[in-house]
Design a protein around this ligand. Structure first.
Ligand code: SF4
Ligand code: SF4
Length: 409
């Protein structure tokens, strides 16, 4: 695609990056078939190709309207289009740049801006979030059913093994996961402990930065990422082998640290190292297959079939399609066939709140697909997908590492 970026952006790092991405797009339209919003709405401007065209116009200096912003807001950043694209268009990077430019030209109204700030505050408030969740759980039975579905039940973490192995890894705590599902990281610690690796939680670390970054508070997100790196760095210097991420959405963000801070004179090298050492828990377990097979030797297959939902962040962001399914099969689970497994569940960070109607339609389609094989349970790799699917499913939903933990217990 030919481009002619406006003078105010063409010589900036973002302008050069966006220009290189835009030039790769040949407008073939292959990506339309796998775009969830195009499939729902049937509007070219709600497809990857249409959004690329809108961003090109904005970057070339054409007038930008609120309609442009709406079409970009409706994008889930699921990156299914990246997986499908034969030309290697990095849509995810482009839409981050495009949204920032469009938001500068079309300031959000007071209510929209305030709601986005409130979301950032709520998700990042740590103890306050936990307190609010506790109150919600306390009065869950009194809430209208639609609201009660949004308050997940309490999950017991279980014991976290003492650090007894020479091999150590650190774990990303995340922003809301410790309050909503402390069982996920604890189960990871138990599984890795059996595999000869001690998992260490770093109390000073927290949110990966994705909430702020994708709500267009990119400066605040980069500051948070620098603090995250500062918290992890002493552990990496002391020999921690990897940073284990149990939410694939956060994993995609940590994998981007090196790119996002590439021009930071103080943090560029450290950020690149952190990204290099970040691993989804599926990658960590897959690398220990031999030890896992020994632990599983002699166990009969699991009788009840389960359905696995592969989050977009795992399959399209981290490009780890099939990794968890193969571990679960090797561990004796039978996985049901899930139609349209590439499709987004509609969670997508704060998307389920900001675009609740579209998100609800995607959720209904996803639950139908996941339950079509009559599984006894559903599992996934990302806290956002887990809670979103749980709000619509009729079967228990959990992180797959919990199933493996139970299997090894
Ligand atoms: S598939 Fe790739 S090259 Fe083709 S229109 Fe979509 S983004 Fe552009
Ligand atoms: S990221 Fe997902 S929703 Fe956005 S354009 Fe690509 S496929 Fe469509």
């Amino acid at each position: 695609m030919q481009t002619n970026l406006a003078d105010w952006i063409k010589d900036t790092p973002e302008g050069r990056e966006a220009d290189a991405i835009l030039r790769k797009c040949v407008h073939c339209g292959f990506c339309l078939a796998t775009c969830p919003t195009y499939n729902l709405l049937g509007d070219e401007l709600d497809s990857p190709r249409g959004r690329i065209y809108l961003m090109k116009q904005a970057l070339e200096g054409a007038p930008v309207t609120a309609r442009t912003q709406v079409h970009l807001d409706r994008c889930l950043t699921c990156r299914a289009c990246e997986t499908t694209c034969p030309s290697g268009v990095q849509y995810g990077r482009l839409v981050d740049i495009g949204r920032e430019v469009v938001d500068r030209k079309v300031p959000r109204g007071f209510a929209d801006g305030a709601f986005r700030r409130l979301l950032r505050f709520a998700f990042l408030s740590g103890p306050l979030f936990a307190f609010g969740l506790g109150i919600g759980r306390l009065f869950r039975s009194l809430l209208p059913s639609a609201l009660a579905k949004q308050v997940p039940p309490k999950r017991e973490a279980g014991a976290w093994p003492a650090a007894r192995h020479a091999r150590r890894m650190i774990v990303l705590d995340g922003c809301v996961q410790p309050a909503l599902a402390p069982d996920i990281n604890a189960a990871t610690a138990r599984v890795l402990d059996r595999l000869g690796i001690s998992l260490v939680s770093v109390p000073q670390s927290g949110c990966c930065g994705a909430i702020e970054y994708h709500l267009n508070a990119q400066g605040a997100a980069l500051d948070r990422i620098r603090r995250q790196i500062d918290a992890w760095w002493p552990h990496l210097e002391a020999g921690a082998e990897a940073i284990v991420v149990t939410a694939s959405g956060c994993g995609t963000m940590v994998a981007e640290y090196g790119h996002l801070l590439a021009r930071d004179p103080v943090y560029a090298q450290k950020a690149a190292r952190v990204s290099e050492l970040a691993r989804d828990v599926g990658q960590v377990v897959a690398a220990e297959r031999e030890a896992l097979a020994k632990l599983l030797a002699g166990k009969p297959p699991v009788a009840e079939p389960v359905a696995y939902h592969a989050p977009c962040s795992l399959q399209h962001g981290l490009k780890q399609k099939g990794i968890v399914e193969s571990i679960l099969r090797e561990a004796g689970f039978t996985l049901t066939l899930v139609p349209d497994a590439h499709a987004c569940c509609g969670s997508a960070g704060t998307y389920s709140i900001l675009q609740s109607e579209l998100s609800g339609q995607l959720l209904a389609n996803k639950v139908k697909a996941l339950e079509s094989g009559s599984p006894s349970a559903i599992c996934t790799s990302n806290i956002g997908c887990l809670l979103h699917i749980e709000s619509g499913a009729s079967r228990p939903v959990s992180h797959w590492i919990g199933l493996l933990d139970d299997r090894l217990a």
